[in-house]
Write a protein that binds this ligand. Structure first.
Ligand code: ZN
Length: 160
């Protein structure tokens, strides 16, 4: 169970009422300093944990084998840059990077999106050890703001 599960359940309904794919367009949570030519980095509106961002293909693709060589090449840089920036903000070198593919996997939207979550000892608590319960304190807006502040300073020498 996660605190924000209720909202997540309505995510697809709320944002896809016009039948278009929520990941096929830019939205207010995109972190422009991290996005590239083929991939968007977006703060997750309903984060699994603090600092949860998603790396989303700009093309509407649902299968890993549809990703081109050029897209993979850029993906590597973007994942690396995303970890650098999140690591700086959340003071950690630990991350969960995950992808759900296909209807049985729990993927709610059939458009490839990697979850990237910075991990700290601090966010492993008695609650999620025994009850799989996570507290999320940082909103998507706050995550985006912190990422933008760092990428604008470009102190981290991010390669594009
Ligand atoms: Zn799409």
């Amino acid at each position: 169970m996660r605190i924000l599960d209720k909202k997540r359940a309505t995510y697809k309904k709320v944002y896809t009422d016009d039948d278009s794919c929520v990941f096929c367009r830019k939205d207010e949570h995109e972190c422009d300093g991290l996005s590239g030519r083929y991939w968007r980095v977006m703060a997750n509106k309903f984060p699994y944990m603090d600092g949860n961002v998603m790396i989303v293909s700009k093309r509407h693709v649902g299968k890993v084998e549809e990703i081109t060589k050029k897209e993979w090449e850029e993906f590597g840089k973007i994942l690396s840059n995303t970890q650098k920036v999140l690591g700086e903000i959340f003071k950690t070198n630990s991350f969960n990077v995950g992808l759900n593919v296909g209807p049985e996997s729990g993927a709610s939207i059939e458009h490839l999106h990697w979850q990237v979550i910075p991990r700290k000892f601090k966010n492993i608590t008695v609650m999620n050890t025994f009850a799989d319960l996570y507290l999320v304190a940082v909103s998507a807006e706050e995550t985006k703001k912190m990422i933008d502040a760092i990428t604008k300073k470009s102190k981290l020498n991010l390669k594009k």
